[in-house]
Design a protein. Structure first.
Length: 58
């Protein structure tokens, strides 16, 4: 399992709802909304503050 870098949820790497690649690394997301948030500012989410942001998945 991987951790969504935006919201911190666990994501199955074999069947993720969304992925992005940043600097050669693949990141897995629980929803397209988290992927879109990440894509706007990936540096913010790879700095070690993963999963500290509240996200409305509805």
């Amino acid at each position: 399992m991987a951790k969504d870098p935006v919201c911190g949820m666990e994501v199955d790497e074999k069947n993720p709802p969304a992925t992005s690649t940043y600097k050669g690394k693949t990141y897995y997301f629980c929803a397209v909304g988290c992927k879109n948030t990440f894509d706007k500012n990936p540096k913010k989410y790879v700095s070690g503050k993963a999963g500290q942001q509240k996200t409305d998945h509805a």
